[in-house]
Design a protein around this ligand. Sequence first.
Ligand code: NA7
Length: 548
Amino acid sequence: MASSPTRELDAVVLGAGFAGLHTNYALRDQMGLDVQVYEAGDGVGGTWYWNRYPGARCDSESYMYCFSFNKELMQQWEWSGKYPEQPEILRYLNHVADRFDLRRNIQFNTRVTAAHWNDETARWEIETDQGDRVSAKYLITGIGCLSSANVPNITGRDTFAGQSYHTGAWPHEGVDFSGKRVGVIGTGSSGVQSIPVIAQTAGHLTVFQRTPQYTIPARHGNVDKAFLDEVKKNYDEIYEKARQSTGGLPYDAAERSALEVTDEERTAVYEDAWNQGGFKFLFGSFSDISLDRRANDTASEFIRAKIREIVKDPDVAEKLVPVDHPFSSKRPLIDTNYFDTYNRDNVTLVDIRHNPIAEINPTGIKLEDGAQHDLDIIVFATGFDAMTGTFNKIDIQGKGGEKLRDKWAAGPLTYLGVSVAGYPNLFMITGPGSPSVLSNMPVSIEQHVEWITGAIKHMEANGLDVMEADAQAEVEWVDHVNELASQTMFMLADSWYLGANIPGKPRVFMPYPGGVGAYREKCDEVTAAGYEGFHLSTSQEPATATAD
Ligand code: NA7
């Protein structure tokens, strides 16, 4: 690094979304540490600051998409919808920032560009794109799992004469689609949420679909006040149930196999789950949908039949029916009127799996067969370089100057998804190898913030300077994650969980698929065993010394 740090801090936190805000509160206000938060946006919110596309909302029910660290906050905040919409989540996070005075040590409009571990001082030296140079004992990343936009490098992309937007970098002033010829590329969550809304005002909407999707109706609506009152009376219990669950949601887990019931019973269960909507279809119908291919086939087939029932044009319906991957092998989607939208006169579905995009040109999109679609606006709903993309953009160097992006060249290596061997005192909130994107994020974020805060308290109380994951513990954890993933449907699709959406990215399953309850238990065991799998030392001791 060019010059010496100008400020010495206890902790630097990257990001001011759910993770960064909670970490700031925990380390600064609960522990009294000197903390600096850096945030790329000009406001708090993280994912919900950037993703302002039409129809953006969370697929977790609102009463569970919030912090639980403050009981008054839980009781006082009123959600208006069954699912929280982006503007409301952003209002919530702004409220949290105001309520706990969290902005005063957040520097906005600032990206951390480099973080180097200094072996001699046992501190991180951190540089930003605004010229800041600071050092900190602890480096905590709350940079999000889906924060590096993937805008595919399609030939001629930059020659388009109209407007183009990525859903994850949406203009704050919104986009007026009225009367316009709009093309949406991508049918993941962002596409499936935005397509029905854009179709309502666009002159004509053309959807460019590479992979058909299974999506379940959200059954979105106003929040049921009586239900919410009941939730608030039992919040502790409900939250605890979510903490011990698979997906971080307090739903009763299904106990029966889809294969142990009659066809009539099975259909009735699926109908009921379809009518209830949302993630309950996956978690609450049968126990083995994600684990057993034959059980999964029954769910996949049920959804395929629903698509054929909803979409009136049989040719369009067939294009929308997913046959190349099982339900829940990609991120399960929740929608409002998605399949219905293809019954509109102003919506065209284009299958780019069999007739790919050849180029983007000044007037629109041309396919390989020569068909030209003239457009005024292109929306890239093409997702993210998930889980590792944002880490790789930062020059993170650990012991001996090793670059994290080199260490992770063949896929991310972590211990518990929270730390990396060779990168002492670096803690990742919802890093690769933790439940993260397979769970209701606030529950996983809070668990990480609490665990990391506990580890830092332990270090401070015992005069320790360095905490580093053991290399062998890391290997075993990565093997464990892979072993669990191999038992699921996840390996049967080209998904961003596997990095398959980014050309050249190694095909490695990144999140921990064993469920948030099992993961929490493992983390608690590690703590109870004196931070098993970590080396803790003072900077005077040899780096390999183990303490507890
Ligand atoms: P996703 O889920 O990664 O979806 C991206 C979509 O864009 C998906 O349909 C992709 O097709 C498609 N895509 C990606 N690259 C291309 C190219 N080069 N050409 C054509 N189509 C492409 O991102 P989202 O933003 O929708 O959702 C991200 C997460 O946010 C979501 O899962 C939730 O956790 C919230 P593919 O399926 O790869 O064939």
